[in-house]
Every structure is written in C-alpha cells, then in structure tokens.
Design a protein around this ligand. Structure first.
Ligand code: GLV
Length: 309
C-alpha cells in the first residue's frame, strides 16, 4: 500500500527524504502522480483540492501537514469515517512562540518607529511600554497558546487566556466561554489570536471585540485569516481604538498585491510563517501513524471533526 503526499504548491522533497529515511521501502506517491488510486491508504495533506479524497476508496488516515485541519474540514466531500490527524510538535510551538514574542517586543519597544526614525536620521528616544503594564490576552490555549503564555510570563508579562472550556495553567488567568469574553478583553492590551478556526471562532476578531479592548490595544493574529474581519480592523485602526496589528494570516493568501494591509503604517504583514512544520521534526510522528494505520492500532493526534481540532 502507498502513502500519498498531496500538498499543491508546497515543496515536498524533504518530506519524501525524511519519511523514506525512517521507513525504508515505503511507497510514496506525490500528487498528482499517484498511480493507481486504490493502492493509496494514507494521505499527508496540505490545502488539497476539495473533492479529491473521495476518489481514494481505501484511505485509513488523512494526516494534516500542519497543526490546523480547517483546510480538511472545509471540504464538503471529505470521506466520512476516515480519521484525521494533525501535527502536535515541540518545534512548531517553539517557532510560534518566537514569532509571538518578537511581535510583542517589537510593539512594546516600538521598533517600527525606530526604523522610521532611522530612515530620517532622527535620534528620538521613546518611552517603552513596560512588560508589567502590558497584560497579554491569548485566545486559544492549546499546545501553541500554552507554550507562548509560559514564555511571555518568563519575560515579565501578565498573561490571561481565553478558551472554550475551563482550564488551569500555572501563572495564567484563564477565562472560559462566551460569558467570560468581555472580562477577558477589557483588561487585554495585546490580544493574540491562536484559536483553531471553527464556525464558532470565525470572525471573532471583529468590531465588537476590538471595542471591548482598552483603547490603543494591539492585535496579533497567527491563527487563520478568517478569524479576522479585515474591514473592522481597518476601522478600529483609523479611530485609534487599536494602535496596530501584526498579521501572519489572511482571508486570501497570498495577500493580493492591491490589499490595503500591505502599505498600512500600523500593520505588519508576514507571509504565514509564524509556525513552521519542519519535516525532519515531524516525519517521525507521521511514520508512527503510518505504521499504526497499517496494523490497526489507535492513531496519535486524532482530530474530532465536530470540535474542529
Ligand atoms: C499552519 O498554519 C498550521 O496549521 O500548521
């Protein structure tokens, strides 16, 4: 039987190399050169063409190449009953935390302003925003959110977290459910979205949410573009309800060249790189699940399609 990698637009050579290193002799097919579809029983996927999976009758697992599975669940023709898995891996949490810390410190130490000053040869000391005064609110306290929270606390920030169901995390003020959202937002000066994309969280970064933050709050979105209502963000920046935003994900990716975010002075844009799936680090868990699927053992990191993560 064969493992298919289906990730249009993604370079997959290093995936093939690391999977073959761990499982010599494995039959890997890179979509669209799949050969006989009935020979494929395991799929490794990122942004597959919707409707494609229903052509493979013997799939035992569809594994997301990333932490998110919204790209799979958005396919109305996803074959029912085939387990979905996602990546849960330390190096992804590490790279996400690095990004989030960089964005937070960049804002607090006003590096964008210094970059502008430098371009004008202006010597202009500014008063930094102190970590102790900057309560950070993290929406989404899964593996990635929890890792970022711990590292921001170590840097001296006060950290709150908001999630669907209650949880206790050392040093984090945890809020749960819609009824706690207002309290969570009212004290958050830097809001970081690390939520999974589900029907409940789609559009959660909207006008009402921004209005509940203290004036001048800063927003970081490293989750999915569809969490953010882009026009609401622009309006909140115009009125100074928000002082700025750092965005790694967008409704349309790549971000179209005529999009207002590109040239907005208060927005930092990066091309969906906050958390990288390193093939060398992640291949072992893919191979582990591949072996489990061959021998009928329970898979690791299985997604609940109802919950969406
Ligand atoms: C990246 O966006 C991921 O889901 O891993």
């Amino acid at each position: 039987m064969a493992l298919m990698i289906i990730a249009p637009g993604t370079r997959v050579t290093s995936w093939v190399k690391h999977l073959e290193r761990l499982e010599p002799g494995i039959d890997i097919r890179v979509w669209p050169d799949t050969g006989a579809r009935d020979e494929i029983d395991f799929a490794l996927s990122w942004q597959h063409p919707p409707g494609e999976f229903k052509k493979y009758r013997y799939l035992k697992c569809i594994a997301s190449l990333g932490a998110g599975v919204d790209h799979l669940l958005a396919d109305p023709d996803l074959p029912a009953g085939v387990p979905l898995t996602r990546v849960v891996e330390h190096s992804m949490a590490q790279s996400m935390s690095e990004y989030v810390i960089l964005a937070v410190l960049n804002h607090c130490r006003q590096f964008d302003d210094y970059r502008t000053d430098q371009s004008q040869k202006k010597w202009q000391p500014r008063i930094p925003l102190l970590a102790a005064d900057m309560r950070i609110g993290i929406m989404g306290l899964g593996q990635l959110g929890t890792d970022a929270a711990g590292k921001l606390i170590a840097l001296g920030f006060a950290v709150s977290g908001w999630r669907k169901t209650p949880q206790t995390i050392d040093g984090v003020d945890c809020f749960a459910g819609t009824e706690a959202l207002n309290d969570f937002l009212s004290q958050t000066r830097i809001l970081i979205c690390m939520l999974p994309l589900t029907p409940q969280t789609k559009g959660i970064l909207n006008r009402d949410t921004f209005a509940k933050l203290p004036a001048g709050a800063y927003v970081i979105n490293v989750a999915r573009g569809a969490h953010l209502l882009e026009d609401d963000l622009l309006a909140a920046l115009d009125t100074d309800q928000l002082s700025g935003a750092c965005l790694d994900v967008f409704e349309t990716e790549p971000l179209p060249s005529d999009h207002p975010f590109w040239s907005h002075p208060k927005i930092t844009v990066t091309p969906h790189i906050s958390s990288i799936t390193f093939s060398r680090a992640v291949a072992p868990q893919i191979i582990e699940n591949y072996r489990r699927s061959q021998t009928g053992q329970p898979l690791l990191n299985v997604v609940d399609p109802q919950r969406g993560y």
